[in-house]
Design a protein around this ligand. Structure first.
Ligand code: FAD
Ligand code: NAG
Ligand code: NAG
Ligand code: NAG
Length: 466
């Protein structure tokens, strides 16, 4: 019986939290360990598209998504696209479909995270903050972890959702660290809107109470997104730029205002972009190096009772705009597999991997294609008139209108039969197909969704690109 399982999860990011909530909702006992002392103070803006948000909308009869929506962008009607010099290129509706309202969840990471932690605690997930795992134990006799406070936790399944710098990846999978500098970095910030913003001739109009602003400016090797929300109280911005310097990764490494502005200057970005940066308190700017990890061909420990999920398994670049959603999909699929395997943990984990591998891999690769297409636009030609969708980071029906829970329920039995019969092949061959690809021509939500007769240029949708 799956409901007798004790699931031990390391790392309360969105992968770990989702796995914890989804397992707990299926009656399993769940212990969740997180090294940070609290959830609240980290991060800036994080977004979930419907393929992630739909699962949250299912929690507690919709009340969790409603609570999230109170702190999220909840009255944004358009996503506005600009050329780097400020020329408007395109307006797109913010929502894909009306029924996505409570599934498109974008807001301050810490605030959203806190709401999910509270829900997890409410339904009985045993959560410990300030508990850092220092060792994974996966022997024939014992499965569990050891923490910095010398506490040993044992369980039936161990899930390492410990993020990109995963200790789980090295200890469970026995892999060396494979940090790769992507050659890019992101400056990012979240701050509260002040009167100085409101009274500023360029920034003031972005801080309106009514019709809140989300927009992106795109230039050579650089794109910047600005959001205002919470009735004109909060502002966040992120910009991705080339940077070969350093290879550290931290959500709290301070960024320097002047350095940031120098990048915008060099790429001839509009004054408004520079002013947004100038008006940000120095201590709110984070300089985040975009580091990633090469894809790995298994996420499972040798006894198939432990595994890595989320960024620990497949570290996405933020330009896929899918890191959070793919982490959520992992959590959901894992819980459904554990339930369906009825206590056979190795079976559940092998099916999990075959369901998730190809899809997460293809979406991962998209983060690179998408960024390169956007950063190399020839603004002098007619290209952008013919392909405005390159601005719109991959949003295709097969990515966004995807229900990982229903998909797992539909495919579990056939994949379980493969596992049991010992079917041979590489993980690519044994996995479910991703059902889609990323080519320029495919890059259109409505085109792909088959909405006949729609003016694709004006009706294509957008959410956020981080
Ligand atoms: C503090 C923080 C702020 C972020 N802010 C943003 C943001 O503003 N915008 C954005 O797009 N993305 C942000 N991200 C990244 C984003 O949340 C992830 O890319 C995505 O949600 C995938 O989540 P994950 O659960 O796989 O990994 P993560 O979100 O990285 O979560 C991993 C968790 O594991 C914990 N952990 C790691 N090692 C141990 C250990 N040994 N013992 C116990 N716990 C451990 C970490 O503290 C962390 O909470 C942030 C991540 C973090 C950790
Ligand atoms: C939208 O956000 C505002 C301010 O942050 C909040 O007061 C309001 O309740 C939210 N609306 C919904 C529908 O959640
Ligand atoms: C709080 C507030 O003023 N929100 C506004 C945000 O934008 C929409 C229109 O897009 C308005 O209807 C809301 O009133
Ligand atoms: C890496 C990998 O497995 N890629 C495959 C995923 O599935 C698609 C079909 O949907 C194939 O084209 C890829 O080769």
């Amino acid at each position: 019986m799956a409901s007798n399982l004790h699931v031990l999860i390391v790392g309360a990011g969105f992968a770990g939290l989702t796995a914890a909530i989804e397992c707990r909702r299926r009656g399993m006992r769940v212990t969740l360990l997180e090294s940070y002392p609290t959830s609240r103070n980290y991060g800036d803006i994080l977004d979930f598209s419907p393929n992630g948000g739909m699962h949250m909308e299912r929690w507690d009869g919709g009340s969790v998504a409603r609570e999230l929506m109170k702190v999220c962008l909840n009255d944004t009607d358009q996503f506005e696209y600009f050329k780097y010099d400020g020329t408007k290129v395109l307006d797109e509706p913010f929502l894909l479909k009306k029924e996505h309202y409570y599934q498109l969840l974008a807001g301050h990471r810490g605030e959203m995270h806190e709401i999910l932690c509270n829900y997890a605690t409410r339904i009985g997930v045993e959560m410990s903050f300030g508990e850092k795992v220092i060792e994974y134990i996966d022997t024939d006799r014992e499965l569990g972890v050891l923490t910095g406070s010398r506490q040993k936790y044992l369980a039936d399944v161990v899930v390492a959702s410990d993020g990109p710098k995963s200790l789980g990846r090295s200890q469970i999978l026995g892999l060396p660290e494979t940090k790769v500098n992507s050659g890019y970095a992101i400056y990012r910030a979240h701050c509260h809107i002040t009167d100085e913003h409101r009274n500023h001739p360029l920034i003031g109009p972005l801080c309106r109470k009514s019709s809140n602003f989300t927009g992106m400016w795109v230039g050579k090797d650089l794109h910047m997104i600005v959001y205002t929300w919470k009735e004109g109280k909060d502002l966040a911005w992120v910009f991705t730029h080339k940077d070969d310097d350093d290879i550290s990764e931290s959500w709290s490494f301070p960024g320097n205002v002047d350095d940031a502005i120098a990048y915008l200057d060099e790429a001839n970005f509009a004054e408004i972009c520079k002013e947004v940066v100038r008006l940000t308190p120095q201590d709110k700017i984070i300089d985040y190096k975009l580091v990633w990890r090469e894809p790995i061909t298994t996420w499972l420990g040798k006894n198939k009772r432990s595994l890595t999920i989320g960024d620990a398994a497949h570290c996405h670049l933020p330009t896929s705009a899918q890191g959070g959603c793919q982490a959520v999909e992992d959590g959901v699929v894992l819980a459904v597999c554990l339930e369906k395997a009825a206590g056979d943990v190795p079976l559940a984990l092998q099916v999990f991997e075959r369901i998730r591998f190809n899809r997460s891999h293809v979406i991962h690769q998209s983060s690179i294609t998408a960024r390169d297409d956007m950063h190399t636009i020839d603004w002098e030609s007619d290209f952008i008139k013919e392909h405005p969708e390159v601005l719109n980071i991959p949003r295709m029906a097969w990515v966004l209108d995807f229900d990982a829970k229903a998909d797992t329920e539909a495919h579990f039995d056939e994949l379980a039969a493969d596992v049991k019969s010992g079917r041979k092949g590489t993980i690519q061959e044994l996995s479910l197909p991703a059902t889609g690809e990323f080519g320029l021509s495919e890059r259109h939500y409505f085109k792909e969704a088959g909405s006949e007769g729609m003016d694709v240029t004006s009706e294509v949708t957008a959410t956020m690109v981080l």
